[in-house]
Ligand binder design. Structure first.
Ligand code: ATP
Ligand code: MG
Length: 874
C-alpha cells in the first residue's frame, strides 16, 4: 500500500466511526508561551482538554505535522543516526472529547492495524500503565482488561510512569497510556530472542508505533494531579513508522515517503545509499531535515537568530554540514529538493505547494550564507592548527571549539572530525562545560515561574466585546502570579472584556480596571491559546468586585488607523508589484505599522511613491468598513479573502472588507469605521529583512502629520540659513557651484605658489663635488605638493640633493630627495637622513634610499633641522 493510501485509509476508517476529519494545525505555534512548535497531535486541542473551550466535535481524526527538536520532546540528535525518529513527522490521531474512552479506543486501534492494514498479530505487543507510588496511582486495570479480551496476556507489557504516563509538559492535561509496539525483525532473529524482551529497549526494529493516551488528569504547578471534569482519548501514531511496517521495510527511509529524495541525492552526489554508515546518516539527515525546514518556512517561520527561527537555522545547518562533509556538496543543494516536497506532500499540505518558489529561495540563501561561514570556520581552524603546532600542543581547547560553535555556527562534530584528521584532539569535556555555562546564563535570564490559576468566579466562558465597545462591566474569573527576577507580575482573565489581545500583528490593548475603591493599570493583553489574559501591575484588594474595564481609547484608535492602513497597503503593493506579494509578518501599534512581504528586489522610488498615492487615494475615498463575523470559511474564500499561511483559522472567520473590489482579508484585528479617519499615510522606509522578504515601515494620521511638519521645519531652517532665497533648490545648486569654483581656484593658487617657491629654490642650490645641494625651509599647502616639489627639483637639477623642512598646515614635515646615482657614488641614503633629522621635530618617517619623508610634532624644531642638515652636508 502506498503512503498516500495508508494516510487516507486511516482517516476513512475513523470517519466510518463517526469521526470528523480536521486539518493539521500549523507546525509553528502562536499564542502559547510554553511551546514553540507543535510536538503532538493534541496541541491544537489543548483548550478542549483543559476545559477552557467546548470541543466542536466530540470525535475527531487527523494527521498533524509535528516537530520534535526543542523543549520536552527533542529527538534531534537521534535523527538520521537511527532510522525511526524524525525531526518533522506526521502524527495520525483519533480523538474523543468526553465521548468514548478506553474500550473503543483499544478495540478500534486493534481492528485498524490487524484487519484493515493487515499487520501480523504475532508481531504486535501492547503496554499498560503499571501505576506509580509517587502519584498515588495503581495499575490501569480497565485498559488491561480491554486488552486481555483481544490479545493473549503474554503480549501485554507493564509499563512504568516514564513510558506509560503521557504528559504534555510540566503542567497540563495528562493520563495513563497504552502503547502498541511492533517487532519488524527477520524470522531468524525473532526465533533467537523474543520480541517482548526488546520492547522499549531502543531496538531499531522493535519500535513503538501508536500511543493511546487516556486523558484523565491535569498536572498542577505544585506537581499534584487533579481529575479532569471529562475524560478524553488522545491517540498518536507515527505515520512514517506505520508506513514502514505496512510496506515491510527495514527503515522509515526505505519507504516511498523518503525514497524519491534519497534517489535525487544519490544522482547528484554520485554516492549510493546503503554503502557506508557515514554516508547513510548524511542521506537520512538531509531527507529528514528538508521536510522540517520546508514545512516550518511554509507556516511562516523564517530562519533567524533567535527562538524558533534559530531552531530552524540550526536544523538547516545540520543538513548542509552533513551534505558538505559526507556527500561532497560544496554549493547550495537543499533547495533543489523543494519541488519533491511539493510533489509528495502538496496534496495533503497545500501550503508547501503554494509557496514552493519562496521556500526554495529562502533555503538557498541560508545555505549560501552558511557555506560561507563553514569556509571561514575552516580557515579559522587552520589558524588554530598552526598556533597549536608552534606551541607543540595537540589539544583544541573547549573554549576555542565553543567560540567556533557559538560565533561561527560551527558544529562540534565537524571541529572534532577535522581535529582528528589533523592528528589533534578536542577537549569535549570543557566544551560541554562552556555549553552548560551558556545555557544556565540564558536560563537565568528567562526564568519565570507561573503559578496555578486561582478561581474567583465560576467560569461561564470568556466573551470578547472589544469590536463594539471600549468599556464594560466585568468580573474576574481567575488570576495567577508569575514570579521572575524582576518581581511578581499578575495575570487575570475577565468574564467579558473589551481589551484586544495581541494577535495578527496588532499589539494588545492597555487601560484600566476601575472599581469603587481601586484603579488598576492593565499594561498588556495577550492570548494564551484562546484565553484573553490581562497583565496587571497589582492584584485588586477585592478580586470579587465588579470592575469597569476601560481600554485606552486614544491608543486603540491610533492602532486601528495603522491596522486598516496595513490592509490598504497590502492591496496597493499587489497592484504595483504583482500578485506574488504575500504577507510575511506585520506589526501594528499606535505609532507605526510594519509590513513584511515576499518580493525579490528593492522597491524603486517610483514604486514606493505609487503605493503611497494609491493608499492615500483610498483614504480620501472614505471607504466604509464592511465587517462580517462568523462567515463560513468556504464562503470567505469565495469572497476572495486573503488568508495567511501558518495561521490557524476556524470554520467560521471574520472578514474585513474595504471596497469588495479592493481589499478583502480574513482578520481578527480592529479597524476604522471608514478610511478617512486614517488621515494620511506615509512610508518612512523600505528594506530587506531576509532573502525574498521586504519590509515597509509607515506611519499614519498624527504621526504622519508630525513627520511632515518636522520635514517642513527642517526645510525652513535651511531656507533661513540661506537668507530665504526665492528658489531654494537653485540657491543650493549655486552654493555648490560656487564651492566647486573656489576649490578649483585654490588648487590653482597652490600650484602657482608652489611654482614660485620652486623658482626661488632652484637658485639656492649649492654646487659641490659631483653634487648640487639644497637645504631650505618652505611653507606649503599639503603633503602632496611637498612630494611634487621634491621630485621636480630632482628632475630639473643635475645630481640634486635636496633637504626640505616644510611647514604644512601648521605641522612640520621633512622631505629628502636625491639623484639615484648619488645613493651609490656618495653613499647617501634618504631614509637614513630623514630619520636622523626627524628627531629635531619629534617625529619619524622613512622611505626609499633616494626619497623619504617624515612628519613630526614640534614645529619649532624645523629651524634646527635646517641648521643640523647644513652642518652635516654643507
Ligand atoms: P519514542 O519512544 O519512539 O521516541 P514517544 O514515546 O516519544 O516515542 P509519543 O510521544 O507517544 O512517542 O508519540 C506518539 C507516536 O508518534 C509514537 O508512537 C511514534 O509512532 C511517533 N513518534 C514519536 N516521536 C517520533 C519521531 N521523532 N519521529 C517519528 N515518529 C515519532
Ligand atoms: Mg520520544
Amino acid at each position: 500500500m502506498e503512503a498516500k493510501k495508508i494516510r487516507s485509509t486511516f482517516i476513512e476508517f475513523f470517519q466510518s466511526k463517526q469521526h470528523q476529519f480536521v486539518p493539521s494545525s500549523p507546525i509553528v505555534v502562536k499564542n502559547d508561551p510554553t511551546l514553540m512548535f507543535t510536538n503532538a497531535g493534541m496541541n491544537q486541542f489543548k483548550d478542549a482538554f483543559l476545559g477552557n473551550e467546548v470541543a466542536k466535535f466530540s470525535r475527531v481524526a487527523n494527521s498533524q505535522k509535528c516537530l520534535r527538536v526543542s523543549g520536552k520532546h527533542n529527538d534531534l540528535e537521534e535523527v538520521g543516526v537511527d532510522t525511526y525518529h524524525h525531526t518533522m513527522f506526521e502524527m495520525l490521531g483519533n480523538w474523543s472529547f468526553g465521548d468514548y474512552f478506553k474500550k473503543e479506543a483499544i478495540a478500534w486501534a486493534w481492528e485498524l492495524l490487524t484487519e484493515v492494514y493487515k499487520l501480523d498479530k504475532d508481531r504486535l505487543y501492547v503496554s499498560v500503565f503499571e501505576g506509580d507510588k509517587g502519584d498515588n496511582l495503581g495499575l490501569d486495570q480497565e485498559a488491561y482488561d480491554f486488552w486481555k479480551a483481544i490479545v493473549p496476556e503474554d503480549r501485554i507489557i507493564m509499563g512504568s510512569k516514564k513510558d506509560n504516563f503521557w504528559e504534555m509538559g510540566d503542567t497540563g492535561p495528562c493520563g495513563p497510556c497504552s502503547e502498541i509496539h511492533i517487532d519488524l525483525r527477520s524470522a531468524e532473529e525473532r526465533s533467537s530472542i523474543a520480541g517482548k524482551d526488546l520492547v522499549n529497549m531502543d531496538h531499531p526494529q522493535v519500535i513503538e508505533i501508536w500511543n493511546l493516551v487516556f486523558m484523565q488528569f491535569n498536572r498542577l504547578a505544585d506537581g499534584s494531579l487533579k481529575e479532569l471534569p471529562a475524560k478524553h482519548v488522545d491517540t498518536g501514531m507515527g505515520f512514517e513508522r506505520l508506513v514502514r511496517a505496512i510496506q515491510h521495510k527495514y527503515s522509515n527511509y526505505d519507504t516511498d515517503l523518503f525514497q524519491p529524495f534519497i534517489q535525487y541525492l544519490e544522482g547528484k552526489s554520485g554516492k549510493s545509499y546503503g554503502k557506508s554508515e557515514e554516508t547513510d546518516i548524511a542521506f537520512r539527515v538531509i531527507v529528514d531535515h528538508i521536510r522540517a525546514i520546508s514545512f516550518t518556512i511554509a507556516d511562516g517561520q523564517l530562519p533567524s537568530n533567535n527562538k524558533a527561527g534559530y531552531v530552524i537555522r540550526r536544523i538547516l545547518r545540520r543538513a548542509v554540514r552533513y551534505g558538505y562533509t559526507f556527500l561532497g556538496f560544496t554549493e547550495p543543494f537543499l533547495y533543489e529538493l523543494s519541488p519533491l516536497i511539493s510533489e509528495n506532500f502538496g496534496e495533503i499540505f497545500p501550503e508547501v505547494q503554494q509557496q514552493q518558489d519562496f521556500i526554495a529561495k529562502v533555503i538557498q540563501e541560508e545555505e549560501a550564507s552558511f557555506l560561507r561561514t563553514l569556509d571561514n570556520g575552516l580557515k579559522m581552524l587552520d589558524q588554530i592548527k598552526e598556533e597549536l603546532k608552534s606551541k607543540n600542543e595537540t589539544v583544541i581547547s573547549g573554549k576555542t571549539a565553543f567560540d567556533l560553535y557559538d560565533t561561527y555556527g560551527f558544529p562540534l562534530d565537524l571541529t572534532s572530525l577535522i581535529a582528528r584528521e589533523n592528528g589533534l584532539s578536542l577537549d569535549e569535556k570543557s566544551f560541554a562545560e562552556e555549553m552548560e555555562k551558556q545555557k544556565s546564563r540564558s536560563r537565568a535570564a528567562s526564568e519565570s515561574e507561573t503559578g496555578d490559576w486561582v478561581l474567583v468566579h465560576e467560569d461561564e466562558g470568556v466573551e470578547f466585546i472589544g469590536y463594539d465597545f471600549l468599556e464594560s462591566y466585568s468580573h474576574i474569573i481567575k488570576y495567577r502570579v508569575v514570579k521572575d527576577k524582576k518581581g511578581d507580575k499578575f495575570q487575570l482573565v475577565l468574564d467579558k472584556t473589551p481589551f484586544y489581545a495581541e494577535s495578527g500583528g496588532q499589539v494588545g490593548d492597555t487601560g484600566f480596571l476601575v472599581s469603587d475603591s481601586e484603579k488598576i493599570s492593565v499594561i498588556d493583553t495577550k492570548k494564551e491559546n484562546d484565553l484573553i489574559v490581562h497583565f496587571v501591575e497589582k492584584l485588586p484588594a477585592n478580586p470579587e468586585a465588579r470592575f469597569s474595564a476601560e481600554v485606552d481609547q486614544v491608543k486603540r484608535h491610533l492602532t486601528m488607523n495603522n491596522h486598516t492602513a496595513t490592509h490598504l497597503l497590502q492591496s496597493a503593493l499587489k497592484e504595483v508589484l504583482g500578485d506574488h506579494v504575500q504577507q510575511r509578518g506585520s506589526l501594528v501599534n499606535d505609532h507605526v505599522l510594519r509590513f513584511d512581504f515576499s518580493h525579490f528586489s528593492k522597491m524603486t522610488e517610483e514604486e514606493i511613491s505609487k503605493v503611497e498615492d494609491i493608499v492615500n487615494a483610498k483614504i480620501r475615498e472614505n471607504i466604509p468598513l464592511i465587517e462580517k463575523r462568523n462567515v463560513p470559511i468556504e464562503e470567505a474564500k469565495k469572497m476572495g479573502a486573503t488568508a495567511l499561511f501558518g495561521e490557524k483559522y476556524g470554520d467560521y472567520v471574520r472578514v474585513i472588507t474595504f471596497d469588495p473590489t479592493y481589499s478583502v482579508e480574513l482578520c481578527g484585528g480592529t479597524h476604522v469605521p471608514s478610511t478617512a479617519q486614517i488621515g494620511l499615510f506615509k512610508i518612512t522606509s523600505e528594506g530587506s529583512v531576509a532573502s525574498g522578504v521586504r519590509r515597509i515601515e509607515a506611519i499614519t494620521s498624527m504621526e504622519a502629520e508630525k513627520y511632515l511638519k518636522e520635514q517642513e521645519s527642517l526645510l525652513k531652517e535651511i531656507q533661513e540659513l540661506l537668507k530665504n532665497p526665492k528658489d531654494l533648490k537653485k540657491a543650493v545648486e549655486t552654493l555648490l557651484q560656487e564651492r566647486n569654483d573656489l576649490k578649483k581656484e585654490i588648487e590653482g593658487l597652490h600650484l602657482e605658489k608652489a611654482a614660485g617657491v620652486k623658482t626661488e629654490l632652484l637658485n639656492q642650490f649649492v654646487s659641490g663635488e659631483g653634487v648640487n645641494t639644497l637645504i631650505a625651509k618652505v611653507t606649503l599647502p599639503n603633503a602632496d605638493s611637498l612630494k611634487k616639489l621634491a621630485y621636480e627639483l630632482k628632475n630639473e637639477v643635475d645630481s640634486a640633493f635636496a633637504i626640505l623642512a616644510a611647514e604644512i598646515d601648521g605641522k612640520p614635515q621633512i622631505a629628502v630627495i636625491l639623484d639615484e646615482g648619488l645613493v651609490q657614488s656618495k653613499n647617501l641614503n634618504a631614509g637614513q637622513i630623514v630619520r636622523d633629522l626627524a628627531k629635531e621635530i619629534q617625529g619619524g618617517g622613512g622611505g626609499q634610499p633616494f626619497f623619504a619623508t617624515a612628519g613630526g610634532k614640534n614645529l619649532a624644531g624645523l629651524d634646527n633641522v635646517v641648521a643640523k642638515a647644513k652642518e652635516m652636508f654643507l
